[in-house]
Write a protein that binds this ligand. Sequence first.
Ligand code: AHR
Length: 524
Amino acid sequence: MKKILLSAIALTVAMAAGAKSDPVKVTVNADQPGATINKNIYGQFSEHLGTCIYGGLWVGPESKIPNIKGYRTDVFNALKDLEVPVMRWPGGCYADEYHWQDGIGPKENRPVMVNNNWGGIVEDNSFGTHEFLNLCEMLGCEPYISLNVGSGSVQEAAQWIEYMNAENGPQAKIREKNGRKEPWHVKYIGIGNEAWGCGGNMRPEYYSDIFRRYQTYCRDFNGTSLYKIASGATDYDYEWTEVLMDRIGSMANAVSLHYYTVSGWVGAKKPALGFDEDDYYWCLGKCLGIEPVIQKHLAIMSKADPENTIPLLVDEWGTWWEPEPGTQLYQQNTMRDALVASLSLDVFHKYCDRIQMTNIAQVANVLQSMILTKDDKMVLTPTYWLYYMYKPHKDATFIPTSLENVAVKLTPNERYAANPDETATRPLPLFSSTASKDKAGKLHVSMSNVKLDQEQEVTVSLNGMKAKKVSGKILTSDKATDYNTFENPDKIRLADFDGAKIDKKTGAITLTIPAASIVTLEIE
Ligand code: AHR
């Protein structure tokens, strides 16, 4: 926990939002390097849901839409450029109804099933284990497989791992017959998904036993050590984490957590577009509500695991708006979503000694997507460009920053009514920063100006390093409500930023960040 305390941002509440403020002062403590920011914090999630897989990643080799062996060429290239480190599949809730044997072998022999979780649509299983694992291989990313614990069997799970990872034996023979001789060496295995809900509505005591049983038969094959992930809590369910940690102990390599910036229940969610000032600030306050949630889960985990050997993986997170009519969880993506991504990643960096992976939901056409597709068209969302901008932080050393003169806005905490432990408002700092040093010694400082309608002057001072050269990138648009469309796909995209200047006398860097925008500086 020491590192967390060291990296804690010191916030000075300067004044309420709205008034002209002094420059925000960012102090980058390059002399106090922290842990490595695991590149898997930038993980993706792909589920058989809506058009994430079919139409998003996969169109099939016979499609008129340009494709590489069935994978959309445009989407493939965009993901390749993004350098996705890890991708989770096949769900989500879908995982606990998925029977992997339905998705192997000749396509014409694959049984058809109904995707009962997501709209009751017919699933022809044309995208299965080979299609997913080959995609990961082609992208150079690690696959993260979520096993069917809810409605599957231990045998089915054990055989799937053998099929993917064994060099010899019956499952390896079937795999070879299906066109793949070499095992894929899959490492990340989730033992169920949301076991407290769509994954079986289990109690934590029961799931803990189920976890112990399943993990016994998740074998290592030919030198591939499995990394077994226990299905963790949702949001504020601290009891789940407590029971799990007490009962599964070191049998898990990691425990997961799901936290969505969700705007209400089914039918009562807010729209992704056309939001007002109140909605904007509420959303970012709710997004930052993840930090105390992480702190509480980590504190509970430390009680059972005082050496903090078991990491927390936030394997589902992101914004969840009212879906567009007639779709399954398809939503647009604005600059507000990009800010949810930057603020969340800033938090994940801060706890990078304990958070070793996160998977934003989801990679294409579902929730806070990187990519949206329609027929043969594709757009990259502001969230994609934010991930692109943050690439230098992957596998870099976390550098703590402290902030002064940050205005704070109080945003409503809808949990307050039901939870007397909560406060009625969530304090939302209107500026966020994170920094890291890469292997070449370059410092990257990312800063988000959260203010909806005011630019922010900033002074960056470095401790333990002298700035000789500075360059930058910016993600910005006229309005926070702006987004990319199929007709105008490049309205928002990452641009060069040359507005940062080094003061020769003091060595400090000065810049101005437009409202609702994010800048990353590269400092040498
Ligand atoms: O990401 C959409 C759904 O949200 C997932 O299927 C489920 O795990 C979660 O509730």
